[in-house]
Design a protein around this ligand. Structure first.
Ligand code: C5P
Length: 219
């Protein structure tokens, strides 16, 4: 592959987009960035330094010194950190700083798979392949509960469901870069799909998009 390929994957929490993104990155030989981790890592740094605060400048400084290669997925998976991440994700200056880091990450060959909330709409609006991955709130809450229990955290399904719905609302209703499918995104509803079936559907979509792009501008 001579050019950088970017595959943009968006969707709500626990929709399966992260698993899909990792599998697609391995399949196409691309780098992978879970952009949710970048918001979580900034939130974790701010919490360590005494609290989220109202001040965007502290969040921007944290975003600028973040080491994208050293984000500890296990530590950042904690429920409170996800909640804090979605609170600071409404700050426009922070979003601009993280979007710049995310674009830099994907710019060099061979390119990358990025998953998040605004990849197809804001970070890479010209990405040749865009997926919007969803699942019902109940199915997502079941997956998230299983995941947290697997990590040894005591959680209750109803609380997780209420929380996911609150987080969805915050992500979809914020003024800056709300969660929504790009007009040209392909929808994959994973509610009743195995990960294998979702992966095959995604590969078919990406293969078609890449060959259409190659026909339009041969390298
Ligand atoms: O995907 P994850 O649950 O790790 O994301 C945590 C929070 O970070 C989300 O609820 C969302 O508010 C924010 N986020 C975002 N834009 C992204 C990725 C995540 O606003 N591209």
């Amino acid at each position: 592959m001579s050019r950088s390929l970017v595959i943009a994957i968006d969707g709500p929490a626990a929709s399966g987009k992260g698993t899909l993104a990792r599998r697609l990155a391995a399949h196409y030989g691309l780098k992978h960035l879970d952009t949710g981790l970048t918001y979580r890592a900034v939130a974790a740094l701010l919490l360590e330094e005494g609290g989220l605060g109202e001040n965007g400048a502290r969040a921007v400084a944290a975003a600028e010194r973040l080491d994208l290669g050293a984000m500890d997925r296990d530590r950042l998976a904690a429920h409170e950190i996800g909640e804090a991440a979605s609170r600071i994700a409404v700050i426009p200056e922070l979003r601009r700083a993280l979007v710049a880091r995310q674009r830099d990450f994907a710019a060099s060959p061979p390119g990358a798979v990025l998953d998040g909330r605004d990849i197809g709409t804001v970070v890479f609006p010209d990405a040749p392949a865009k997926l919007f991955v969803t699942a019902s709130p109940e199915e997502r809450a079941r997956r998230r509960t299983d995941e947290l229990v697997g990590r040894g955290q005591a959680v209750d399904f109803d609380a997780v469901l209420a929380d996911l719905k609150r987080r969805d609302a915050r992500d979809m209703e914020r003024a800056d870069s709300p969660l929504r499918p790009a007009d040209d995104a392909h929808l994959i509803d994973t509610s009743a799909m195995t990960i294998e079936a979702a992966f095959r559907a995604a590969v078919a979509i990406v293969d078609r998009a890449v060959s259409a792009e190659n026909r339009a501008s041969p390298s």
